[in-house]
Design a protein around this ligand. Structure first.
Ligand code: MG
Length: 501
């Protein structure tokens, strides 16, 4: 790669940005520590320190030095793609910081702290009324935020979507999901009717030794190609990936003590997130475009490695001997049976437990609910009923109670409204990446069988990862795959995988 940045005004802007990058680096490391090893008693102090750093970062972002460097760079003509990317990404950050007053951020932080506790209690008792006033407050804050950020001609919900997926709109999602949902719903029914996939498996109940599972996860990461000198694997209740710097991208997995596929699938998923950050071009490190561009593109990478690499007969054949060596219960099954266990398809009310066929339908449901809460006239107290009727319509199941229905996700209690759709974009993008890879002569099945997963990783680096946030997500998807997001690839991928197997 040539030098990505040569314009003197952009170089000055990047210099002014470096302290902000360093604060982000420190915040990421603190975030990782918070999720892994921080002693619980440190929570309050950590919250205060982190809040001060956030205030400091905002002050630096809106400082006369940075703003004038930004304006000078934004006026330049003939910027290359990287330089234009820097201006675009920083411009978005500045706009957000200018439009949302610190008081609203503080109010949101207080609302979220209380809502999180209330949500846990409401979920434990399966009592929506305990969460309702908190959710009303959070929806109110989200609407105010959206009013401040909304673009002319755009809806309020568009403004929230754009926080998580740059440029995403209700119009686009109505079209994408309107096409996908009925076809996916029909395909799902067909796959269930085929009877080819078990609805349960004895291995779900079989315990495993945590040390054995950890060894397996390390072997799995080795097969996938995780560079341990630039990352590490830790244990948390909910798996996550934390990019601290370009050369420090850490992942976690969870151990449930039984049902070995869960920890392994989770590890493969987080590997995909990590690979994206690890393969951003080195020359973009410590700049505003030095990380993954959006949640949807990120999720595309994680779904690819979880579903299209790990959850396949080819990968199972390669990996099964290690599983059998470390998990005695698995020895009772052939590799083929083990594959059917990890790729089960069955009706599921809980989103995070859902198989890849029904998963986007869980997202369509949340999208419809959020859109009406923010843009329409849906009241929070009408939510449980709409939730259950959409569940019936899309997935033909009724949750046994609100804990397994409207109260199941943590997102709203964290103030995250407009986030869910990015998961479904990820599912679709992964399949579209597979299609583009095959069109270019690649074969993931052969890569796995020949122990050459570096080939598909190199394709992803070239087409997607190396660019960081240079291009907005929709442009990147078109450049990488030759077309805008197209649900057809997801449907075809699922059909080939689950109906002809
Ligand atoms: Mg993910």
């Amino acid at each position: 790669m040539e030098k990505p940045f040569t314009n003197p005004k952009v170089l000055e802007l990047l210099k002014a940005y470096r302290p902000l990058w360093a604060i982000g680096y420190a915040q990421s490391l603190m975030g990782w520590d918070l999720g892994t090893y921080m002693p619980p008693g440190a929570a309050r102090e950590r919250g205060e320190a982190s809040g001060e750093l956030r205030v400091l970062a905002r002050r630096l972002l809106l400082s006369p030095e940075l703003l004038s460097a930004y304006r000078a760079a934004a006026k330049e003509e003939g910027l290359n793609d990287y330089e234009a990317g820097v201006v675009r990404v920083l411009g978005r950050e500045i706009e957000r910081a200018e439009k949302i007053p610190p008081e609203l951020i503080a109010e949101e932080a207080r609302a979220v702290a209380e809502a999180r506790v209330a949500w846990e209690r409401a979920k434990a008792k399966s009592d929506f009324s305990l969460f309702k006033p908190h959710l009303e407050r959070i929806v109110g804050i989200a609407r105010r935020k959206a009013e401040l950020l909304a673009k002319p001609g755009g809806t309020l919900y568009d403004a929230l979507l754009d926080l998580f997926e740059e440029g995403l709109t209700v119009r686009q999602l109505d079209s994408l999901f309107g096409d996908l949902a009925p076809k996916l719903s029909a395909l799902y029914a067909k796959i269930l009717d085929s009877g080819a996939w078990p609805r349960s498996h004895p291995l779900e109940k079989e315990p495993y030794e945590k040390e054995a599972a950890r060894s397996l996860n390390m072997l799995l990461l080795g097969l996938l190609g995780y560079p341990f000198d630039r990352g590490r694997l830790d244990e948390t209740a909910h798996p996550f990936t934390q990019a601290i710097g370009r050369d420090d991208v850490r992942i976690t997995t969870s151990y449930h003590g039984r049902d070995i596929r869960r920890t392994l699938g989770g590890t493969a998923h987080e590997f995909g997130h990590a690979l994206y950050e690890l393969q951003v071009d080195k020359a973009l490190a410590a700049t505003p475009i030095g990380g993954g561009v959006s949640l949807g593109v990120h999720e595309g990478q994680s779904r690819f490695w979880e579903n299209i690499v790990w959850r396949t007969p080819e990968f199972t054949r390669r990996f099964y001997p290690s599983v059998a060596a470390l998990v005695p219960a698995a020895r009772r099954y052939t590799p083929e049976e083990f594959y059917r266990y990890i790729a089960m398809v069955r009706p599921e009310t809980i989103r995070i437990e859902a198989d890849e066929v029904q998963y986007p339908l869980h997202i369509v449901l949340r999208y419809e609910v959020e859109k009406r809460l923010i843009d329409g006239d849906l009241r929070v107290d009408e939510l449980p009923q709409l939730w259950n009727s959409l569940m019936e319509e899309l997935l033909h199941i009724t949750p046994p109670d609100d804990a397994h229905g409207v109260l199941q996700d943590v997102h709203w209690s964290l103030g995250l409204i407009g986030y869910f759709p990015t998961y479904a974009l990820g599912s679709m993008l992964a399949a579209q990446m597979l299609h583009a890879y095959q069109r270019g002569g690649g074969s993931v099945a052969e890569d796995i069988e020949e122990g050459r997963l570096d080939r598909v990783a190199a394709w992803q680096r070239e087409k997607i990862h190396r660019w960081g946030a240079t291009y907005p997500p929709q442009r990147l998807i078109e450049l990488a795959t030759g077309e805008p997001l197209n649900p057809r690839h997801y449907l075809e991928y699922l059909e080939a995988k689950y109906l002809s197997a």
